[in-house]
Design a protein around this ligand. Structure first.
Ligand code: 5GP
Length: 181
């Protein structure tokens, strides 16, 4: 990856931020940690679509123990009551009761998405729930979350690549790019 290689998606320009090699190294380390922590527990990795598909593929291959991996899609809508935002979970057909769950998320920004998801998961009475997130913007966090397995802390900037898109483009980039301002 050349440092001065700018790319364009729609109307915006992005510059390189984290190389595919650096990501691979970090993901492999996370995989080893998870394998040690979950040996004999057959964890269930719940990867959040769409953005986490690439991280989930790499992370799961870096965990050399028995595990299950499934994908869910979260859609949020405003409830009609005062409860406000409600998260619905699409595509989850696995019984979570008593399972050791690792949520696999691309990036945590405000933390709103996962905070809502956590509440939904709790109702299913899993044995444990932890988070594996590839990227985290601490400056943007509004809902406190404890991220057990974190790839990279990044500044509060919009990033693209490694599964993350800008209006549909850029998911297939192997490196991470940041908005060039
Ligand atoms: P949160 O609920 O934590 O605010 O938002 C998390 C979601 O917002 C991520 O799963 C991702 O889809 C999107 N998101 C947050 N920051 C970025 C970013 O820098 N780039 C892209 N492409 N998506 C982001």
């Amino acid at each position: 990856m050349s440092d001065n290689q700018l790319i364009t998606a729609h109307d915006k320009t992005f510059r390189p931020m984290i190389s595919a090699e650096t990501i691979a190294e970090r993901v492999n380390t996370l995989g080893k940690q998870i394998a040690e922590d979950y040996a004999g527990k057959r964890p269930l990795l719940l990867a959040i679509l769409n953005g986490a598909y690439m991280f989930a593929a790499d992370l799961s291959r870096a965990i050399p123990i028995d595990l299950e991996l499934t994908f869910v899609k979260l859609s949020s809508y405003k409830g009609t009551s005062t409860t406000g935002k409600v998260t619905t979970v699409l595509g989850l057909d696995t019984d979570l009761k008593g399972r050791h769950i690792i949520i696999v998320e691309d990036i945590i920004d405000t933390g709103k998405t996962l905070t809502n998801f956590f509440k939904e998961l709790d109702k299913e009475e899993p044995a444990s729930v932890e988070i594996a997130a590839c990227f985290f913007k601490p400056e943007a966090l509004q809902h406190p979350l404890s991220i057990k397995y974190l790839g990279f802390e990044i500044p509060n900037r919009f990033i693209l690549g490694y599964g993350l898109d800008y209006d549909g483009l850029g998911r297939n980039l192997a490196d991470i790019y940041e908005l060039n301002v």
